[in-house]
Design a protein around this ligand. Structure first.
Ligand code: TZP
Ligand code: MG
Length: 213
């Protein structure tokens, strides 16, 4: 089910990341242009909850299904189970994976890891990939930890040579190349796609790095 190439261009977004736009439209453009995975991360002031969140999640899931791109839900593992998402992405302070793994047969499980202490602390038995960052400064996450730079990725890759790694935090198609060279399997981004004025062009510029190498 999970293949590390799915991490190549992992778009993460919620309605508050596209204040003047429409998340469905943004996602459709991103899928059309070739993103390889999507995470619905509905957080912050004005975020949808309850039925409204579920309804939108279902629509976004349908869109992703059409493009055969995995649809992942951030944090809200119960919603992921309810709507049969392709997986869930959890943070260090979220639900313990061991306790919910039975609800996720053949699903994708991602875990955020910001540093080596968190890596050491994490049980990665059921984890398909780790999201490592922030690499650079980000304005999309208010409680983001200190950026670790490309060195964080390079060292994480040496620390665990096998685990699929997707880098996160302040990434654009202009600064992603050294991250991939440092050993990340892919990059994830919120603002560089959510706020792009030309999603097709920006997504293709990211994907170019994989075609070159
Ligand atoms: N986790 C670490 S940084 C970050 C998350 C969710 C935000 C990434 O957003 P952006 O806009 O790609 O910097
Ligand atoms: Mg979380």
């Amino acid at each position: 089910m999970f293949d590390r190439r799915m991490l190549q261009l992992y778009f993460i977004c919620g309605t508050t990341d596209v204040p003047e736009g429409n998340l469905e439209q943004v996602l459709k453009s991103a899928l059309d242009a070739g993103i390889t995975m999507f995470q619905f991360r509905e957080k912050g002031n004005g975020a949808l909850t309850g039925e409204a969140k579920k309804e939108l999640a279902l629509k976004l899931k349908e869109l992703c299904m059409y493009y055969q791109v995995p649809f992942i839900i951030n944090d809200d593992w119960e919603l992921a189970v309810q709507i049969d998402a392709d997986g869930v992405h959890l943070g260090q302070d979220d639900q313990d994976i061991k306790e919910i793994i039975n609800y996720f047969p053949n699903k994708i499980i991602g875990l955020s890891v910001s540093n080596f202490q968190e890596y050491d602390f994490s049980d990665l038995t059921y984890v398909d990939y780790i999201g490592v960052g922030p690499v650079y400064e980000t304005s999309s996450k208010s409680d983001a930890k200190k950026p670790g730079g490309i060195e964080l990725i390079r060292k994480m890759r040496l620390y665990d040579e096998e685990i699929p790694i997707v880098a996160i935090g302040g990434i654009t198609n202009k600064n992603c190349e050294p991250i991939l060279k440092a050993g990340a399997d892919g990059v994830s981004t919120i603002s560089s796609i959510a706020r792009s004025r030309n999603i097709e062009q920006d997504v293709k510029a990211y994907l170019n790095y994989y075609q070159k190498n």
